[in-house]
Write a protein that binds this ligand. Sequence first.
Ligand code: NAD
Ligand code: UFG
Length: 348
Amino acid sequence: MRVLLTGGSGFIGSHIALLLLENGYDVLILDSFINSSSNVIKRIKIYLDSKDIKYKLETINGDIRDKKLLDSIFINSINENKPINIVIHLAGLKSVAESLIKPLNYWDVNVLGSLNLLLTMKEYECYSIVFSSSATIYGLCESLPIREDHKISPVNTYGKTKVAIENMLYDLYKSNKNLWKIISLRYFNPVGAHPSSMIGEDPIGIPNNLFPFLTQVAIGRQRMLQIYGDDWETNDGSGVRDYIHINDLAEGHLASLEYLNSKDSCLEFINLGSGHGYSVFQIIKQFEISTGCKIPFSIQSRRDGDIAKCYADISKAKRLLDWTPKRSLEQICLDGWNWQVNNPNGYS
Ligand code: NAD
Ligand code: UFG
């Protein structure tokens, strides 16, 4: 089974690549490295070699908006008699804040990039895709835990591009219900790192997200954590989110591939989260207990665009994919901490 993994060098993609290779999939990564390092690929290879795992991994440095490149990837794979059976599509831009400042970049990369990819897949008769969507598409949570049939109402450009791509997938499936096999995975908050500390999250510049900021405070790269509001309508006043271990998320993709393989055609939108909500204060406390580090923090005003609570109903993933997250919050803290300690400057 050969998988084209777009964005395979990024935080999520690298963990999926490693898991697929460990499970005997042949992986072709397409990444522009605009938000990742080529050292990721080296690390994946070192890890697999150290475990004596035989693998088939190719990497192409390129942009999903480059139609000629996509054509050549599919043509070559057919000519070389190793056709792409399935695409896992993660390549894209993901910063909520940046999407509000540079909206056209987000429409260009995320939406036109995905359109380009789908056009090429159709042309070369590759009809199976797993797409990275996001919980951000739900916008303000009206009921918790959030089910997949919750109202879709994104409040930022990034989220709107994810909805546009989901709509494109929906229309494509409806155009020929016997042909396409599509899963759109709506991720909640992927965090932590591979337990080997060989790969993990390495944001460029100052991290926007809680978890990488926290681990950088713990090693002294950032002075203190700013908590965005202690006056939310939650148990302790800080924001509540659904943090899922990155390896649980990666396993959700493996389960999705198996599901698609068992179907003649399908279209499913599926939440991937832990199913639990934890507040910022709870995360700090668990991190301190698990690692022995003290996290200095200060309370700031609420961040624009934030919401009080968001966590997933994951019963659909359990039911359809036979998938359940296995790693605890403690494991998340330990793996995230080990990655940061062993790689204080990330991949550089
Ligand atoms: P990431 O930035 O680490 O990975 C994305 C990868 O895509 C990077 O390696 C980047 O270089 C590559 N890329 C960007 N534009 C490209 C282009 N035009 N052509 C080819 N490659 C390109 O991000 P991530 O956290 O690994 O996220 C992966 C996917 O999951 C994204 O689509 C993101 O929107 C989605 N997602 C992420 C989160 C999260 O919290 N990390 C939550 C929900 C959804
Ligand atoms: N937070 C802080 N201090 C920080 C960073 C975050 O207090 O320095 C708080 C936030 O206010 C929020 C919680 O920690 O309550 C989590 O914030 P993150 O920025 O880590 O995550 P978000 O839930 O805001 O957003 C993330 C991704 C989005 C994605 C969404 C759902 O950034 O792209 O999860 O998947 F859409």
